[in-house]
Design a protein around this ligand. Structure first.
Ligand code: ZN
Length: 413
């Protein structure tokens, strides 16, 4: 499907040094340095289009945008793929509740998502790929898993044997009991009679009454969620025979760590024998005024609502970067106000003719982002530069700093 408008990022002067980007992998709890001598391949799990785009989505896609921006700024090529789960249970449930067709709900929400991402200066993926358009890829992947003995049927629905991957469960660090409990909360069916293991995942669901279905050698039905991402990632991102991993970065919100990313990685390994991702990177959840932001509580804050109320999207972006991406954090009007103040102060100082030296702060921004996207330190460095400029220091180039803020942090003035 169509992505959104491409964004150019300003180049850096050759004298700046870009260390290897280090990202914390939730699979090992260790920092992993990305290679600098080759392209980087990143797959980010996108939205299910029925409540786009709340601030949790925005925070997640901004975090991966920072990865994309750093890699590009360092002169490397980024292959970035994102999906849209445009057929799944939650979408059908919402469409039924609101008495609209699931297709029109998905179409309108995807359009809103594109415009929110444009407002937030998120660089579009190389391919934005829908689940429906990927059904042939999913059918092929399930066919391969069948050949590898990784599947079985329960009443004509097809399941994946998670234990075929000896590494299953090692990435999320959860006990079997915890995995069953979380699976139940997040769309799994651990209690279904006939399953060999409660954690086995649906690959192909036969068409249910009043639900859509697509013809296939597996029967008329629709794909499971985990195999959708696995099939898209393996088909749109090509790894060479010598690569140890299918992709470099598997990303998404921390609520995807289990079961979605765990099972997706096991399916990928059952398909090609490789470890799926070098880094599993997860963005924290965003709460609102002391409560968890959730559909069920009805307290979702949407980017489009804030923008319609006159909020500068750059202030939303800056506010979401004021804490580390991996932390669960609270949204509040105070957090937004602080970001607005910093932006205003930066604008004022960057428009002066004489400013404090800038090359040091540019290198500090690079260093902060290279260390697991340390945006709080990057913003702190900008504050200190504002103080230096306001105290009368001179010798810097405001254009140079402005371009670096745009390239690395995605904040354009
Ligand atoms: Zn996914």
């Amino acid at each position: 499907m169509n992505s959104w408008a491409e964004l150019a990022i300003p180049p850096f002067d050759a004298r700046y040094i870009f260390p290897s980007l280090q990202l914390k992998s939730t699979a090992t709890d260790e920092l992993v340095s990305l290679p600098q001598n080759r392209d980087i391949r990143m797959y980010v799990c996108g939205i299910t289009p029925y409540d786009a785009t709340h601030l949790g989505h925005a925070a997640t896609y901004i975090a991966f945008d920072l990865v994309n921006r750093y890699i590009r700024s360092a002169g490397q090529i980024m292959h970035f793929i994102e999906n849209v789960t445009d057929i799944d249970d939650p979408l059908l449930e919402r469409a039924r509740r609101d008495n609209v067709s699931w297709e029109s709900l998905a179409t309108s929400q995807i359009e809103l998502f594109r415009s929110d991402m444009t407002d937030l200066h998120v660089i579009p993926p190389e391919h934005l790929v829908g689940a429906v358009e990927s059904i042939p890829l999913v059918i092929d992947a399930i066919g391969e898993l069948q050949k590898n003995g990784a599947t079985y049927s329960v009443s004509e629905d097809i399941y994946f044997r998670v234990r075929i991957d000896p590494g299953f469960g090692t990435r999320a660090h959860l006990s079997d009991e915890e995995m069953v409990r979380i699976s139940k909360e997040r769309g799994g069916d651990p209690d279904r009679p006939g399953k060999e293991d409660p954690l086995d995942a649906m690959l192909w669901m036969q068409k249910r009454e009043n639900e859509p279905g697509w013809p296939s050698p597996l029967g008329i039905g629709r794909p499971g969620w985990h195999i959708e991402c696995c099939a898209i990632a393996l088909n749109y991102i090509h790894s060479s025979m010598t690569d140890d991993y299918s992709i470099d970065i598997q990303g998404g919100g921390s609520d995807l760590q289990f079961p979605h990313h765990e099972i997706g990685a096991s399916q990928a390994r059952a398909l090609n024998g490789k470890d799926f991702a070098r880094v599993y990177m997860h963005a924290g959840m965003i709460g609102y005024d002391g409560e968890k932001m959730s559909k069920s509580k009805g307290n979702l804050v949407l980017v489009s609502t804030l923008v319609a109320q006159g909020t500068d999207p750059m202030a939303i972006r800056c506010a979401l970067m004021s804490s580390h991406y991996s932390q669960d954090r609270m949204w509040s009007s105070a957090v937004l106000q602080e970001a607005e103040n910093l932006l205003e102060r930066l604008r004022r100082n960057l428009s002066r003719e004489e400013v404090a030296p800038t090359s040091g702060v540019v290198q500090l921004l690079i260093a902060a982002i290279s260390h697991d996207l340390d945006t709080p330190s990057a913003l702190k460095a900008l504050e200190l530069w504002c103080e230096e400029t306001e105290s009368g220091l001179t010798g810097g180039k405001p254009g140079e700093l402005s371009r670096a803020i745009d390239s690395l942090l995605g904040i354009a003035f």
